[in-house]
Design a protein around this ligand. Structure first.
Ligand SMILES: [Zn+2]
Ligand SMILES: [Zn+2]
Ligand SMILES: [Zn+2]
Ligand SMILES: [Zn+2]
Length: 413
């Protein structure tokens, strides 16, 4: 890719910019083949391994290919030449010869402007894929067109520079940790509701009206742990709806993360008694998913009528306390007592499958065979479920201790 672009550079640019290949090839023959067949630029002779090693050390090269861009005085313009080139192709070379790097950013004007970084590393910064502001400061937008997923800054959005998929495809992110009302979170669209006559739609405002608490249920129908929890939640929801003595002021709106599979979702809709964000509203799904920073599925976030979080781990509360959890939330309150630990037979090893019966995820007691691991029958661990262990295994197996539940008190931000 770099070679193709290099060949199209004008003589003027080539007089100001050049590339030198520093080979990590195994031997002279591979170097000859690679360099002479594919590279239109210069190289340090292969036999000069000293110089190669010195350069690798000086620029702390860990992965290849790596492109370090130097200024005329020998100082580093960017160590990220590869990423910058991948993002902008020939346009970045024009910047480099002016002594500029691709990415730039600005200071926030005031506290209301958010700096879009997901962590402390430079790599965690979100870049505008149009003007290359990194991190994006201020409002952040995203194109929800399938396979586009471009991140954009406010300025680029206002100038309408990314217009091939239409303005209506762009959604504005909610600012992490900032408080929003239920209405702001859920928008003023509609939710799907299953009625006896099939599926129907209801305005969001009607769905949340007079409710003391709303559970946002994030799930992926194609992911087995979601299935199991959906069944459990549906059972509790039905008990709640059937209850004669108590009127619960609670409802659930589900947010599907695999909204592309229409057939699967029709099936889902026929089997759940609550409301659902329409599957074609990819923007709304993305907004909620990113705002609540959902990492594990399924996940039930419970909010009160003002949008304050009552429970981040609502699925665990439902798991342990069943209808009791709903009773507390229905008063607009948080659950104060610590949740009892997960019974061993219900514990879900979310990333582990049984190497015997291949069930994924492994649920309940988990056993490991060190011999099978040593024999190369598994990469990280050879695991068996309780049933497979009881069916008999040729080697000695050990019970894997169940991890402690992380604190179930909701941490304050
Ligand atoms: Zn921009
Ligand atoms: Zn787009
Ligand atoms: Zn098994
Ligand atoms: Zn074994």
């Amino acid at each position: 890719m770099l070679a193709e672009t290099y060949k199209t550079l004008s003589d003027d640019i080539k007089s100001k910019f050049d590339i030198v290949f520093v080979s990590s090839d195994q031997d002279q023959a591979s170097f000859d083949e690679y360099f002479h067949q594919e590279m239109p630029w210069k190289a340090i002779p292969y036999e000069d391994r000293d110089r190669k090693n010195k350069l690798s050390k000086q620029y702390k090269i860990r992965g290849i290919p790596s492109l370090i861009v130097l200024k005329p005085d020998g100082s580093v313009l960017t160590e990220n030449g590869r990423d910058e080139f991948t993002a902008a192709k020939a346009a970045v070379i024009e910047k480099w010869i002016k002594g500029e790097t691709l990415y730039w950013s600005r200071k926030p004007k005031d506290d209301s402007e958010y700096v879009w970084k997901t962590g402390e590393d430079d790599g965690d910064a979100v870049a505008c894929e149009q003007c290359f502001m990194k991190p994006i400061v201020g409002d952040r937008f995203r194109c929800t067109e399938k396979d586009c997923d471009k991140d954009l800054c406010n300025e680029c959005t206002e100038k309408n520079v990314h217009n091939e998929h239409g303005r209506e495809k762009l959604i504005k992110y909610l600012i992490p940790k900032r408080h929003y009302s239920l209405k702001e979170l859920l928008g003023d669209g509609q939710v799907l509701i299953r009625t006896n006559s099939g599926k129907d739609r209801l305005p969001v405002a009607d769905a949340i009206k007079d409710k003391k608490a709303i559970g946002l249920y994030f799930f992926a129908h194609g992911y087995p742990p979601s299935h199991q929890f959906t069944r459990k939640l549906a059972e509790i929801y039905r008990q709640m709806s059937d209850s004669a003595e108590t009127a619960y002021s609670f409802d659930i709106i589900s947010v599907s993360l695999d909204c592309n599979d229409k057939e699967l979702l029709e099936e889902y809709l026929q089997n759940v008694p609550w409301k659902t964000v329409p599957f074609d509203e990819a923007g709304q799904v993305l907004k909620l998913h990113s705002y609540f920073n959902i990492v594990d599925l399924p996940s039930l976030i419970v909010l009160d009528s003002k949008g304050e979080i009552l429970a981040k781990n609502g699925s665990k509360a439902i798991d342990r306390l069943k209808l009791e959890a709903v009773e507390v939330w229905s008063k607009g309150e948080k659950i104060q007592t610590p949740l009892p630990p997960t019974p061993p037979e219900e514990f879900i090893w979310s990333s582990i499958s049984c190497d015997g019966c291949k069930t994924f995820p492994l649920v309940g007691l988990r056993y490991q065979c060190k011999q099978c691991l040593a024999d190369g029958k598994a990469r990280y661990s050879y695991d068996l479920c309780k049933a497979c262990k009881e069916n008999g295994h040729e080697h000695q197996v050990e019970l894997v201790p169940q991890p402690l539940d992380e604190g179930n008190q909701e941490e304050e931000d």
